[in-house]
Each structure stands twice: as C-alpha cells, then as structure tokens.
Design a protein around this ligand. Sequence first.
Ligand code: NZQ
Ligand code: ZN
Length: 391
Amino acid sequence: MNNFRFWSPTEFVFGKNTVGNVGQLVKQYGGTKVLIHYGGQSAVKSGLLAQVESSLQNEFIEYVKLGGAQPNPVDTLVYEGIDLCRKENVNFVLAVGGGSVIDSAKAIAAGALYAGDFWNFFEGTVTINRALPVATVLTIPAAGSEGSPNMVITKTTAGKLKRGTGSPLLRPVFSIMDPVLTFTLPANQTAYGIADMMAHVMERYFTQTRGVEVTDRMCEAVLLAVVKEAPVVIREPENYEARANIMWAGTVAHNGICGVGREEDWATHGLEHELSALYGVAHGAGLAVMFPAWMKYVYTSGVDRFVQFAIRVWGIEDTGDKKEVALKGIQALKDFFSSLGLPVNFAQLGAKAADIDQLIDTLKINSRGSLGNFRKLDMKDARAIYTIAAE
Ligand code: NZQ
Ligand code: ZN
C-alpha cells in the first residue's frame, strides 16, 4: 500500500425532506449573498428551485440565479457566472443539479476570485489557491462531483476541448442528497449515472499497487451494491431504498475513499472525454462503450487483477484458466451495461470509426500524449482501443 493523505471535508446531508435545510446550512457556512446555479429545466419543473429559494428567504439570505448549465458544461456560461458573482458581490455558490451544474459552479467559484482567465486552471499554468465556497443540492447520482475536488469543463472556442482539473478548495462544503429528487430521472439518465459511478470505482480498482486489500474490498462492495440495485431503479424509478443506495454509491465511488493507498488509472476517462466533447453524448454512455474496450486491450498487463474482478464482482467460476476467467469478467460487465440499455459500441453510441483520427488529435493535446497507469498508453494504444470500441 502506498502512503496517502485523504481529506474529504464535505458535510453530506442525506435523506428525505433534507432540502429545507439549505438556508440554514448556507448560513452556517458563511454565505450571505448566494449564486444559485442550475441546469436546463428539471429543477424548475420539479419545484426544487422554488423550494431552495424559499429556504434561503426564510434565513434572509440574498441570492441571484443563473440557469442554463448544459450536460458537458461549457466555458461561456462560466464566464457569465464569474461576471455575475463580481457584479453582485456573491460570496457563496450553490449548485442545484447534477455533475454538469456542480462543475460549472466550481469553475465559477474559482474564477470569481482570480483576476486572469479561468481557463488557465485547465491549461495547468495556474494553481487554484482561492475559491468561493461551493455547496450542492444533488439531483442525479453519477459524476460524484458533490464530494469530489474535480471539475470538467468544455472550451467551445478553438475546437472543443473537454478538460478536467481540481483543487481541494473545490470540495463542496455541504451536499444535500435527497433520493426522492432522483425519482424523476428517466431510465437513460439513471443508467448513464450508474455507468459513471462504476467507472469511477474501476479507474481506481485496476491498479498495479500491491497490498491494497481494504480498498479492493471497498471497491468490490460498491460495485456489488450497484449491480444489485441498478436493475431495481430502472424497473421501479420510485423505489426509495434502491435510489438511496445508488445515490450514496455515486458519492463514495468518487470522493476518493475507494482510491486511497494505490495508483489510479483514469485512461478510460481520458478516452471518453473526447467522445462527449465531439458528439455531445452523455459521459456515462461514452464510458459504457470505452471501459470494456480498454479492459480487453490491457488485461494481459495484470491478468490476476482481472481474474479477481471476474470472480469477486461477477461470480465467474475459477477454472484456473486466467485468460478465460478474465475475459468472462469483461464480458459480464459489457452484458450488464447492455441490460441497463447502455450503448456498448461506437454504433450504439452514434460514434464513427472514421472519426478516430479526429479523436486522437484532440486526445493528444489534452493528454499530452500519454494516458493511464495500469498500463501506460500512447496514442497508438489509444487508437487501438477506439478501434476495439468501434467493432
Ligand atoms: O439540465 P437539467 O434540465 O437539470 O437536466 C439534466 C441533464 O439533462 C438531467 N437531470 C438532472 N437531474 C434530474 C434530471 N432530469 C430529471 N430529474 C432529475 N432529478 O440529467 C441530465 C444530465 O445531467 P448532468 O449534470 O449532465 O449529469 P452528470 O451528473 O452525469 O454530469 C456529467 C458531467 O460531469 C462530468 C462529466 O464529464 C460531465 O461533463 N464529470 C465530473 C466529474 C467531477 N466533477 O468529479 C467526474 C466525472 O468523471 C465526470 O467527468
Ligand atoms: Zn466519470
């Protein structure tokens, strides 16, 4: 096990009827002038936004609103949010929505206290050393941004560059998580979220670090719970217990606890971000296509770990033929994604093999030519993995 530091200061306020606490919580964490940031229409239609506003009003907290964060959030709205925060002297950013809204809120929170262009954070030329406090009311379990220090934004000018960065300062101070808010999620969004949270665990699970039994078992527990509850939430969208388990799984999958003491991989996220940047597809949909393809390409670099995954997570019989067992585990994951209605190849995603050159061009810039740790990949490897996904 490697040395590690783990710091996850977010206060999670979880359960039914927790949204009404938002005003008190903002006050507790020092917010007096709030930017409420939200997405398209879901939070307005469900009445959630009105509920949040009324809770802030009850505490006499002033606020301004900025909606319109789109899935795969873009830089243009971040600039707008930064201007608004400065003009209105905002001192607290409250995201009401999913990963896209939260990430956009984080970029606004960091950008508002930085005199230069916030995109410099994503270029890696400037470190985030100040940010307004961010909090969330989560409406979709998926990205895990409600507990993570990361954000992912797409730059719309000069080609579409989708990039991630982060800072411990961007971990939300609190996140309100009411599983009832997720009842309105359509089956496809629910499934995209499930693929993303499983991917967050697997990016950490597939490691060459030895002696990480505790985190291995935690990763496996989260995956097993998701595999059990996922079909239930698809079949019964208003099943509270299943929604609650999926919601919490999405957070623990990505707040860092499943990665402590080990080297993490993240090649598949790098490969996927090019797909969601180019085609505007949901991040979870792209991951469902790319993860099995990545696995098929790299499993021989650490077959024992793939055997463990197959046996412990998917209950594959240990025949002693490591290659066969590993491949059965990969197939089980792919079949599971299919059973949730997720795409598992380029055609189902709406991606084209003919675009692989273009994907590689931007991947080369964003990854600076190399990806992953389980097996270090270059652009030739990345091309081979996209080709497997296109088959
Ligand atoms: O915009 P509205 O109308 O709210 O609709 C959203 C959106 O269309 C809808 N939705 C959300 N809650 C709903 C709902 N519809 C009905 N009922 C509800 N309760 O769902 C759609 C997708 O929302 P989005 O926020 O885009 O989903 P997600 O949470 O999957 O976020 C995806 C983004 O997060 C990034 C991804 O790359 C992508 O840009 N990621 C962020 C990470 C992080 N910050 O740590 C890590 C992840 O790996 C990921 O890369
Ligand atoms: Zn993800």
